[in-house]
Write a protein that binds this ligand. Structure first.
Ligand SMILES: NC(=O)c1ccc[n+]([C@@H]2O[C@H](COP(=O)([O-])OP(=O)(O)OC[C@H]3O[C@@H](n4cnc5c(N)ncnc54)[C@H](OP(=O)(O)O)[C@@H]3O)[C@@H](O)[C@H]2O)c1
Length: 274
């Protein structure tokens, strides 16, 4: 496994996404993922599975210190005080003393960002989070948080894959020195049958999904967190470190449509304005 290193944080390049996994099946899959070599687990308060993930963390033979755990604070807990209490609840569910990187799940313009960032920084200062970051932040939100409020963030977790390449946001993130954690790196399954990716994979004995993940992790500062309920998928998504894309492959991917957003809930910010 290789890592992205940012401001003292060391993020394993492939993480295990857990959105949509719950209960005993989630515990079993997270344990399985750790058994086969995943060392980065992505959960969130909103997924309702921190408890199931916590069971896996408690049961696994892998040392807690070797696992990079991400959770995300839901927008209803962005007020000072509420945020810290919600993190205490997450820690109890996750059966851990600290989160490796604690994220704000979505921007929430109804609460002053300065207040939320102060509370987030207080959690880090208490040792309950090693690092802090954000998710679904636009260029404008990043500028307000970092240039405006001096937030010391390590990453922004956003939708990013071969059909949603985030070129403008990435340029802004490079300026801020942030890691990009690519969520829905398989376009929630839509990339698994993509013909160009499949043709590239054919030359290396890899699937379209593996090419999609390889394309992400070959880029500076990029981490991918595919979700897999099927064990074969979980294995395949780790098996991407024994081949490399060439310039022709990258050109073919760059020629695909690059702005096909899959995740766009009602509470999303105005992506294009920002
Ligand atoms: N911060 C945010 O707002 C946010 C939003 C969305 C997601 N996320 C995070 O990102 C993670 C991943 O995103 P996602 O769950 O939306 O979608 P994804 O990882 O892009 O796609 C998951 C889908 O792809 C399938 N799949 C996985 N590996 C495969 C393979 N090797 N071959 C063929 N199919 C494969 C899975 O099938 P099976 O499950 O049947 O194996 C599932 O249907 C989430 O679990 C979550 O942790 C964060």
């Amino acid at each position: 496994m290789s890592f992205v290193e940012v401001k003292g944080a060391r993020l394993p390049r492939i993480g295990f996404g857990t959105s949509g996994l719950a209960g005993a099946a989630c515990t079993r899959l997270v344990r399985f993922a750790l058994d086969i070599g995943y060392r980065h687990i992505d959960t969130a308060q909103a997924y309702g599975n921190e408890d199931a993930v916590g069971r896996a963390l408690a049961e696994t033979a892998v040392a807690r210190a070797d696992i990079f755990v991400t959770t995300k604070i839901w927008t209803s807990a962005f007020r000072d005080g509420a945020l810290q209490r919600s993190v205490d609840e997450s820690l109890a569910r996750l059966r851990t003393a600290y989160i490796d990187v604690l994220l704000l799940h979505w921007p929430n313009d109804a609460v002053p960002l300065a207040e939320t960032l102060r509370a987030l920084a207080a959690v880090r200062a208490s040792g309950k989070a090693r690092h802090i970051g954000v998710s679904n932040f636009t260029i404008r939100h990043l500028a307000v948080a970092i240039d405006g409020h001096g937030a010391d963030l390590v990453c922004n977790q956003v939708e990013c894959h071969a059909l949603m390449r985030q070129e403008k946001l990435r340029a802004a993130m490079r300026r801020h020195g942030l890691a990009l954690v690519a969520y829905s790196p398989l376009g929630r399954g839509q990339l698994t049958g993509e013909r160009t990716l499949g043709a590239i994979g054919g030359r290396y004995g890899k699937s379209a999904s593996q090419v999609a993940l390889r394309w992400l992790v070959e880029q500076d500062g990029v981490v991918a967190i595919p979700k897999a309920a099927k064990e074969a998928h979980a294995r395949a998504n780790l098996d991407i470190f024994d081949f490399a894309l060439d310039d022709d492959d990258r050109r073919a991917i760059a020629a695909l449509p690059g702005n096909r957003r899959v995740i766009d809930p009602g509470w999303a910010p105005d992506w294009d304005r920002d």
